[in-house]
Write a protein of this length. Structure first.
Length: 69
């Protein structure tokens, strides 16, 4: 199996897992923050929190690199 085929298989498997996760967590949850009240699917909420965590981690890593210099 060459490198391109391996990447394709891994990518396809990850996409399939994400799709299964999204379908199994499609229940709508209510989010209340200050004066906002929204209802979104649980899977979307989890992905949003993951994205926010990645952005915060990337930002802090950049700040610590700048402070280290």
């Amino acid at each position: 199996m060459n490198k391109m085929t391996f990447k394709l298989v891994v990518t396809t498997a990850l996409i399939l897992l994400v799709m299964i996760f999204a379908v199994q967590n499609a229940a709508v949850v209510d989010i209340k923050l200050l004066f906002w009240d929204i209802a979104i699917p649980r899977s979307l909420l989890i992905f949003m929190m993951l994205f926010i965590g990645v952005v915060i981690g990337w930002f802090l890593r950049s700040v610590f690199r700048i402070l280290k210099k």
